[in-house]
Ligand binder design. Sequence first.
Ligand SMILES: N[C@@H](CCC(=O)N[C@@H](CS)C(=O)NCC(=O)O)C(=O)O
Length: 285
Amino acid sequence: MPLTDSGKSYRNECTGDALVTVNAHSRDEAITLFGACFCPFVQRVWIAFEYLQIPYKVREVDPYKKPKSLLELSPKGLVPALRLETFDPPRALNESTVILEFLEDTALSSGKNTLLPPSSAPYSRARIRLISDHINRTLIPSFYRFLQTSSNTPDSDEKLVENGKEYRESLEGLGEMMQKAEKDGVEGLGMWKEGGEIGWTDVMVGPWLFRSTNVLAHYRSFDLLPPSAENSKFAAWIDRLFAHPAFKATCSTEDLYIDSYERYAWNRPNTSQVANAINSGRGLP
Ligand SMILES: N[C@@H](CCC(=O)N[C@@H](CS)C(=O)NCC(=O)O)C(=O)O
């Protein structure tokens, strides 16, 4: 049966494993993470909190309603945002990639896990950042372009093929970069390597890979991993990453993502700042 826009709205509360994690982090802590259950930018940061074992409280907010408590932390009212009670008065931080850098620096001083290779390996760090650059500037925008190619526009069939191809190529590009980095002896490739632990590239891209297996699979019949010899390494990576306790702890049940992204899949007007940026050809907020 063809899909139709059933008018579902995004959800406001985590489900499944993520709900258990929210409940386990409801007590006051020095850092409060302001998040939304469906948001991949939030999930990046959330996985890092879990893996780096940095104490935090999580507070679910509706970023489209822009409560004052969020706007105080994040000028555009975007999640994720942090409220840092370690300062008096408390200070704020936003932008997922900046928050990740902050968490990594915080973890370094506590001597626990880290996401990046050590500073004694500057070239490895640079290669990891190069892969992140591909994720942020190519893969993520092409994910949304593909998802927002709504089947209710006249040119949608060609656009769907074109945008699906563009997303597929961005994934292949990622696989090639990881493969090449491994061959070059780059450290810190995280779960890409068998027996590895969560690393920088895992948190950067994991949330969109996960949504490819539910949201894109549902709305675009997308198969993240069509079986092929080239894909076997990528497939093993995804399996390891999705099964990691720090990753799983931040995942809601699939229905939550499918409902929350219906507005993107039908490209409803003013879905979000990200969706508007994609529609107008601007960079993501
Ligand atoms: N560049 C931001 C993007 C964050 C973002 O777009 N978050 C979305 C939720 S997934 C949001 O808060 N949207 C509210 C809006 O569009 O007004 C980051 O990396 O943190």
